[in-house]
Design a protein around this ligand. Sequence first.
Ligand code: NAD
Length: 483
Amino acid sequence: MSTHANAACEESEPAFLGCVEQFFDKAAAVSGVKSETLAAIKRVDAVLSVTFPIELENGKTEIVRGYRAQHSHHRLPVKGGIRYADEVDMQEVEALASLMTYKCAVVDVPFGGAKGGVAINPKKYSTRELERITRRFALELCQKNFIGPGIDVPAPDVGTGGREMSWIMDTYRQFNPTDINSAGCITGKPVNQGGVRGRTEATGLGVYYGVREFLKYDEVQKQTGLTGDIEGKRVVIQGFGNVGYWAAKFFEANGAKIVGVADQDCGIYNEQGINIDELQEYKSAKGVLGGYSSGTIVPESIKLIEAECDVLIPAALERQIGLKNVNRIKAKVIGEGANGPITPAAHDILVKNGRVVVPDLLLNAGGVCVSYFEWLKNISHIRFGRMNKKWDEQGKAQLLSLVEENAGRKLTVTERQQVIHGAEEHELVYSGLEDTMIKACEETRVTANEFGNIDYRTAAIANAIRKIAAVSEGSGSLFTNRG
Ligand code: NAD
């Protein structure tokens, strides 16, 4: 009997891996790809499960368990985050790795998918203990050839960030001192460790770009009754971590009103709009949202996702909308910032009820997209813009002088600066991400319409399957081109 019930899901609903497989099967059926290829795409290529002892600061020893799953080697390296959470297990890691493969294909990032995790609650450990755990896990990855710039490139996920990525890179370097591409063994690094500007906010920014694009579509406006702009939209965010905070910040900066923020301890609701930076400062100081005074506290955090709003962004965990709460969700657009926040049964009900679900593998792909940019920077050993910024500025300045001569008017210093300004690294990253999201959203929309209005998740996965099938079948690895 299933034991996967939680506040949102019935026992009958599948665990996360089962959810991903159900979504895959539905898309596979419409993809037009042959069954042998589909079976090869669905399976996980390689898994690693390790245990290792860690000495705690009190002198006691604890056994820690870590996992890495490489879902698809059809393109190398494989890529995916490392998560620190009590609930991490092999099933979850395999599910997330599969999703990563489909995600990379949706946004044309030439990687296979992977995911890793360590089954710990990071809040229970000191910095020194966390460093020991991280370095020991990295050592296991090195020894088993599960990390390297051309093999497998981890990134941050729930419970990890730039600090952990730096420790992992440092460990990799100790094992591979002559690898000149060692910085590309991991992404999500701080900028001073070889990271790229714009990576920290990339997933939240991509979430904003994606929802903005979907709101522009006539069919979405018709279905939801919403207007096509972000200005004035009431938004609820679940999860006030990396993805949730940055998504909230970009929605707010572009005129939306963040009426609700739910975090692990509780939620905050304020019809007038929550000041996101003020809330972030409060959380940084207190560690929780509880006690924040500019809004109403919602003690049972998950209830906040049922609030009246235009756009809901679940950006915390998987399986937050299931059969128990789906009929109380009022948002017209649900943008999946988190991986797998909606179960298949709940997804079907939302779609049937005319809600627009912008799926995880499309909407939260900003992180892996900019991780790809970081990897490119690392293996090319140069900051984006360094070679051409000045050259571009000089060319534009010459052009402007000619225009000024012909027009008989000189531009002001500010006007001139606006036109000739050459792009900085973060501007190139933002621009590359925006272009990627616009294209991937449009491709998903076109496929949904082509199939006679299938939902956007099925369309996005079907697109991913077709792209992966083309690579796999063409490579000979499936023995299909040996006629
Ligand atoms: P994070 O650890 O920075 O933030 C997670 C937040 O969720 C924390 O603030 C935590 O307090 C909160 N939270 C935990 N349990 C909760 C609960 N029951 N209810 C409400 N809030 C809860 O993690 P993150 O990087 O922001 O990742 C969030 C989700 O987005 C995950 O599903 C992750 O896989 C996905 N994701 C992350 C990235 C990335 O680049 N970080 C990229 C793609 C997808």
